[in-house]
Design a protein around this ligand. Structure first.
Ligand SMILES: *[C@@H]1O[C@H](CO)[C@@H](O)[C@H](O)[C@H]1NC(C)=O
Ligand SMILES: *[C@@H]1O[C@H](CO)[C@@H](O)[C@H](O)[C@H]1NC(C)=O
Ligand SMILES: *[C@@H]1O[C@H](CO)[C@@H](O)[C@H](O)[C@H]1NC(C)=O
Ligand SMILES: *[C@@H]1O[C@H](CO)[C@@H](O)[C@H](O)[C@H]1NC(C)=O
Length: 449
């Protein structure tokens, strides 16, 4: 426990001091550096100063949610988690829940921060909304989950209300690192079923919310990639990885890293398991060119979650990575696969295509992924193997190149990374572009009051 307290203190100090530094930097650049001002045209962001009960205080309870994992170990390195081993430079034990911290730390080094809310094009709320939701989802406050976010709203109305009122919240944005589903419980559900009602509150309708998974008909939210474990600090580390991905021998045709599918009821995970078990006996190296047709990495009971080596190595050696939905349609594994140059195979549009429009352009899906409708597989006997074996080798190579080109856009590079690496737009930069554009595209009468 002493270690933990010490550790959180360090985190607090670091965040506080980097905020000061970046605020000083940005204020000097607004006055003295005309080039920066030019680049920052229409891109100024003001970070709302929130009391620590909305962010850092929430971390001190990281071990206190009895039916949720203790997430204290993953707070290290501003939410990237511990390094996978001491000599690793780019790989961390990252927990996707901590995207809120990762985002907060990264926005402190965004080049167009302003101290003046009146000149800002967007206002960022450094609120750890998904962590704040744990006390409703897994804690004692389950019966007041309709209150999630009300404290924040009250604060925004009472402390410097002019910042909200300038555009009635239409220029505000924040990150919540759980699927939107967890925050979409209708306000009149009594007794509560699952989730808080944050996204159902009219108080927040005007705010842009970045989540790892949006709803089928998203209202205020936009999906951004789940963080993977890859956070390179400089261009050399990034390029070394790309080399490795490109050269890696792909010895298996398809890979599924995950759990589930063991029950008797028909579903896509079960179909995948059955197909894999049969594939081993019916196909051989000679007639396929692969030494393994189907590789299953068993990730049941969360054993892979903070151990990227378990699945990254096999993904490097596979041509296709299957991405069947689990409890919800999206998976972090989609981004792990792209990072490994493994061509993702989707079974429903909600798994990615209708989600990550900013990061994975919709029209490019045929170039970097395969789509096989799950109904065809589960109910009509279509074999995934037959579809994948039917794609010519030359086509496969082209697809893999397209996947590799996407790697920068789905990675969250390490905070404080080298200037060279900052020239590559990563998942964070792309999300900021998307948020600024969304705010800009709102009808003028909303933004010019
Ligand atoms: C942390 O947990 C304690 C009790 O375990 C509770 O009193 C306190 O309000 C919690 N703090 C936050 C910020 O949730
Ligand atoms: C929430 O409400 C239900 C139904 O009224 C009740 O059974 C349950 O004990 C309550 N839970 C808590 C943590 O208060
Ligand atoms: C959201 O925007 C609408 C239209 O601009 C406005 O009428 C409403 O009051 C705003 N909501 C809040 C909570 O500020
Ligand atoms: C298929 O065979 C390989 C090598 O014999 C083995 O490593 C792998 O676990 C098998 N896959 C399945 C799904 O049984």
């Amino acid at each position: 426990m002493a270690y933990l307290t010490h550790f959180i203190l360090l985190l607090l100090i670091n965040l506080a001091s980097s905020q000061q530094i970046s605020n000083t930097e940005s204020s000097s650049s607004t006055t003295t550096n005309p080039t920066t001002t030019e680049d920052c045209n229409n891109r100024w962001i003001y970070i709302r100063n929130l009391p620590s009960r909305f962010n850092l205080d929430l971390l001190t309870n990281c071990s206190e949610y009895p039916i949720f994992d203790n997430f204290c170990p993953y707070l290290a390195n501003h939410g990237l988690g511990q390094k996978t081993h001491t000599k690793s430079r780019s790989w961390y034990r990252t927990d996707p829940l901590l995207l809120e911290l990762i985002f907060h730390r990264r926005i402190l080094e965004y080049p167009c921060l302003t101290n003046d809310p009146n000149v800002a094009n967007a206002v960022f709320l450094p609120y750890y909304g998904a962590i704040d939701s744990l006390k409703y989802l897994y804690g004692p406050d389950v019966n007041s989950s309709f209150q999630h976010g009300m404290g924040l709203f009250d604060f925004l109305q009472s402390d410097e209300p002019g910042i909200w009122n300038r555009h009635m919240g239409h220029d505000h944005f924040l990150v919540m690192s759980r699927p939107a589903w967890d925050f979409s419980q209708p306000l009149d559900n009594d007794p509560p079923i699952w989730g808080t009602s944050f996204l159902e509150l009219p108080e927040f309708y005007n705010v842009t919310v970045l989540v790892p998974e949006g709803r089928a008909w998203p209202w205020q939210e936009h999906a951004v990639p789940y963080p993977t474990s890859f956070h390179p600090p400089n261009l050399a580390c990034f390029e070394a990885w790309i080399q490795r991905v490109r050269r890696s021998r792909r010895v298996s045709l398809m890979l599924f890293a995950g759990g589930g599918g063991i029950g008797a009821s028909p579903n896509i995970r079960r179909s995948i398991r059955t197909e894999c078990e049969n594939a081993n006996t019916s196909m051989t190296k000679d007639n396929t060119g692969y030494s393994q047709i189907c590789h299953i990495v068993d990730c049941s009971n969360g054993i892979c979650e903070h151990d990227p080596i378990r699945y990254m190595r096999p993904m490097l050696q596979a041509t296709f990575c299957l991405q069947p939905q689990g409890d919800t349609p999206t998976r972090r594994s989609t981004f792990d696969a792209i990072t490994a140059g493994c061509i993702p195979v989707f079974f429903e549009e909600m798994s990615a295509r209708s989600q990550y429009r900013w990061h994975l352009p919709e029209e490019k899906y045929p170039e970097f992924s395969v789509f096989i409708p799950k109904e065809e597989v589960v109910f009509k006997g279509l074999k995934i193997l037959d579809v994948l074996m039917g794609i010519p080798r030359s086509e496969v190579r082209k697809m893999r190149e397209s996947v590799i080109e996407l790697i920068p856009r789905v990675m969250y590079r390490r905070h404080g990374s080298s200037l060279g690496l900052r020239t590559k737009k990563d998942a964070f930069d792309t999300a900021i572009d998307g948020a600024l554009q969304t705010i800009k595209d709102k009808p003028n009468d909303l933004l010019e009051q």
